[in-house]
Design a protein around this ligand. Sequence first.
Ligand code: TYM
Length: 343
Amino acid sequence: KELVFSGVQPTGNLHLGNYLGAIRQFAALQNSYNCVYCVVDLHAITAKRQDPKELRHQIREVTAAFLATGIDPKNHIIFNQSQVPEHAELAWVFNCVARMGWLSRMTQFKDKAGKDRENASVGLFAYPSLMAADILVYRATHVPVGEDQKQHLELTRDIAQKFNNDWAEDIAAQGFGDMFFPLPEPLIQGTATRVMSLRDGSKKMSKSDPSDYSRINLTDDADAIATKIRKAKTDPEPLPSEAKGIETRPEAENLVSIYATLTDTSIDAVLKEFGGAQFSTFKSALADVAVNKLAPIASEMRRLMDDTAYIDQVLAEGSGKARVLATETMNGVKDIVGLLRNT
Ligand code: TYM
């Protein structure tokens, strides 16, 4: 049985990278799969204390982004992680499956913890176990994400495989056959799987970059989008007319791939059209395309955020539906591992 799962952290500043790398795919996958999309609030508190009022706002805003980009909460599931306690419960079991060495190798942990590892939270270290639990508590088979989550998906497969191996006899004895968890596949799709900062083509666009000019936020208005694209860093040469060699010009490559993704064409097609043009010409075309795509999403998000009662109702219904699936998996895990449960 195929199922799509993905999650987005409510840590503020949802941006064009989140949209092109992941959220845009979420709605598209609804026609071919059953989909479960999650706001991962427990992940949002791993790096630092979040202001509680702000965190509640961000959880609702990510939910609004899911709705505004066309995810259908009736036929699919939209919910918030902490409202389904089985995520944290399965994460504990996975903390006992995953090895210290595996988690120590995660590049995201190394980046976020920086030099002062002694001071990183235990939650930041165990972050990938919780992410594996998010996915596997639904026994999801496909996970649409940006390039930066690839390593976490590999770890998720390692955890699933180790669980399946370590308890192989018990899995069979409980009637689950030879595999309890599937090994989920990452879906890293499109030409913008790693959108870079508008200020520095060697850094990825990120929610936490102190410069707001580094990213286009999903809530930016038309003026802000146009200004940020106009000020985006470029080099002095005109655009090339073919893709060969463009990787040596990371800022140009980034803007061209954003344009290609927003207009559903290829980098080659964009360069055929704009090859030889100055950046000023290309940037104003890009600003038009970006405003056309993003402004309706921003205005729908604003409309939804005016009535948080509706958003809270979507989350309540979603967590109810998610819990039915998650409880079934958790019951299986408890029976396999030998944890007693209420029947
Ligand atoms: P998060 O909240 O950082 O990002 C959400 C999604 O956006 C993608 N993304 C990008 N794609 C392209 N270019 C960029 N510059 C860019 N920045 C972010 C991310 O790859 C992600 O798909 N650990 C996850 C959240 C998570 C999750 C999960 C995802 C928790 N549990 C289970 C999938 C399945 C994260 O921090 O994403």
